[in-house]
Ligand binder design. Structure first.
Ligand SMILES: [Zn+2]
Length: 370
């Protein structure tokens, strides 16, 4: 008898790490500077003569503290300082982007949107355009070598002046259709409202550039409201505190606004106290367009596989949940609709097949020996 996906859609299955590894994945929310390899930081510091105040990789690890919990988002953001010291040249930007795509390919991420703020990489007088070109050429080369499709999201920073956000918005507009797929606002959420950066968003929106904004992570639903209604966000980064406003939550759901959820990162920055308290399952059950993402592979000490393993551990994903999560990632990608249609069809068929095969294997293993 052939089993169809509908037959197993709600069957409780003991998905293992290998299954999540093999699953086709997207990562729509990953920061370049927070996702470097530790060895690369060490090597770049040595070759470029940068003093990181450490002499071994263990000391570097201790200093950066991957996965360490912080009292707040602001404390967490300080951890990026060490990394930024080495990310001030075109070769370091190229290498970090290329390696990020390689790491993504190794765990079957087929599509990734890498974000960073070029303004944080100007300490050695590189131009904003050169800072962007280095990363774009690395991602093009990585696509050729590893088959990972990707795009760049340029980040404005909440706690840097709105005038700088406007310059970054101009940069994003200039590189639209040349590798840049969207504009974001990152940084300290508390005390730095998105609406202060309206000039940047008005330029972005008038040029039909996609918008995603970190919101509802270190501040309440008002921040999400502003991101959507003042700044025209098409997606929300995190949205962890959206549950505090049912009306806005329904709006987000009705308009299919994707939430880029980053479970480990939310625990790490104390956006939630622990995984059990995370609204992930609540949002999933309500049908919100929830996506799974890493945020920062190094600083948060995670991978996409890890995030799925955690999601399953704490929220018991059914095959239907899993298919929805994978497809939400694909549907929420900032790619042209006609390309996305094919992407959706291909990944849906592939994921269903993988889920059915896993269910069949589990059933065979649980049958008593004849
Ligand atoms: Zn983020």
């Amino acid at each position: 008898m052939t089993i169809s996906f509908d037959d197993i859609a709600s069957e409780p299955l003991d998905f293992d790490r290998d299954f999540f590894h093999r699953l086709a994945k997207t990562d729509l929310h990953v920061h370049l500077d927070g996702s470097m390899r530790l060895e690369t930081i060490m090597e770049l510091a040595e070759s470029d003569g940068i003093d990181l105040g450490v002499s071994t990789i263990d000391q570097l690890q201790e200093k950066i503290g991957p996965g360490q919990r912080y009292k707040s988002l602001n404390e967490y953001l300080k951890g990026f300082e060490t990394v930024l010291k080495v990310l001030q040249t075109d070769h370091s930007l190229y290498r970090s982007a290329y390696e990020l795509a390689e790491d993504a390919a190794r765990e079957n991420i087929g599509y990734m949107e890498v974000r960073y703020s070029p303004i944080l990489h100007t300490r050695r007088k590189l131009s904003l355009a050169a800072i962007l070109e280095s990363v774009l050429s690395a991602l093009r080369d990585a696509e050729r070598d590893f088959g990972v499709r990707s795009g760049v999201i340029v980040c404005g920073i909440r706690n840097i002046s709105p005038a700088v956000s406007l310059r970054l918005a101009e940069l994003a507009v200039a590189f639209k259709n040349r590798g840049v797929v969207g504009f974001d606002l990152a940084g300290s959420e508390y005390n730095y409202p998105a609406k202060d950066h309206l000039a940047a968003f008005s330029l972005i929106l008038s040029n039909n550039v996609n918008v995603t904004i970190h919101a509802g992570e270190a501040y309440g639903p008002d921040s999400i409201h502003q991101a959507l209604h003042y700044c025209g966000a098409h997606r929300i980064g995190h949205g962890t505190r959206l549950r505090e406003n049912g009306d806005l939550l329904n709006y987000v759901n009705d308009h299919r606004v994707p939430l880029e959820m980053c479970l480990s990162s939310n625990v790490q920055t104390c956006a939630v106290n622990d995984f059990e308290e995370h609204p992930f399952r609540f949002y999933l059950d309500l049908g919100l367009r929830v996506t799974v993402n890493t945020d920062n592979r190094l600083i948060t000490n995670t991978t996409m596989t890890d995030e799925y393993v955690l999601a399953h551990k704490y929220f018991e994903l059914s095959p239907r949940d899993l298919l929805d999560l994978v497809m939400n990632g694909v549907k929420s990608a900032f790619i042209p609709h006609e390309l996305k249609r094919d992407f959706i069809k291909r990944i849906k068929e592939q994921t269903k097949k993988q889920l059915v095969a896993f269910a069949e294997k589990s059933r065979r293993q649980s049958e008593p020996d004849a």
